[in-house]
Design a protein around this ligand. Structure first.
Ligand SMILES: CCCCC/C=C\C/C=C\C/C=C\C/C=C\CCCC(=O)SCCNC(=O)CCNC(=O)[C@H](O)C(C)(C)COP(=O)(O)OP(=O)(O)OC[C@H]1O[C@@H](n2cnc3c(N)ncnc32)[C@H](O)[C@@H]1OP(=O)(O)O
Length: 124
């Protein structure tokens, strides 16, 4: 699973650079999309981001994420973020834990929860 993202002024940390939290969110979000490929309902338990180099705003980066291995309820995911200049500026590792549908039902409207299982959430 891959996505191309160019962080912009909304994601600014230091001048001209992406905020680490925005980078982390992008990785977590893409991991969420991998779940639709592996057809498992799971949520993030831990997320580790390795910030290898500053990420300049406005420069597209390709984030590639995959399931590295699974061990019972544990899904180990990994991601890499690489610029068009072939420089890998961040990597991420996450532990997702498989949950049942009832994990979500106390919090969201039934129709919204059902829709989430049927298709990935829409992103702008
Ligand atoms: C059909 C396709 C459907 C696809 C969609 C499905 C889901 C999508 C999810 C969200 C979709 C919404 C929007 C999409 C956009 C982005 C999504 C990104 C993902 C997220 O943004 S999601 C939000 C942030 N996330 C949370 O909101 C989680 C809050 N959290 C909890 O709700 C609980 O924490 C829970 C339920 C996770 C676990 O609670 P629990 O009580 O069930 O489990 P417990 O703690 O007992 O651990 C069980 C076993 O994992 C082992 N274990 C634990 N920690 C470990 C570690 N660090 N290392 C190694 N092992 C570990 C234990 O040792 C034990 O192992 P054992 O079973 O062998 O004893």
């Amino acid at each position: 699973m891959a996505t191309d993202v160019a962080f912009d002024a909304r994601h600014r940390g230091a001048p001209g650079l992406a905020h680490g939290g925005a980078i982390s969110a992008a990785c977590d979000d893409l991991f969420g999309f991998v779940l639709y490929l592996v057809q498992e309902i799971a949520v993030t338990r831990t997320l580790t981001v390795n910030y290898l180099a500053p990420v300049p705003l406005g420069q597209p980066h390709r984030i590639t994420a995959r399931l590295q291995r699974r061990q019972g309820r544990r899904l180990h995911l990994e991601a890499t973020g690489t610029g068009h200049d072939d420089v890998t500026r961040f990597t991420a590792e996450a532990l997702f834990l498989v949950v049942d549908r009832e994990h979500f039902t106390p919090h969201g409207a039934d129709a919204d929860v059902l829709a989430m299982f049927n298709r990935p959430p829409e992103h702008r």
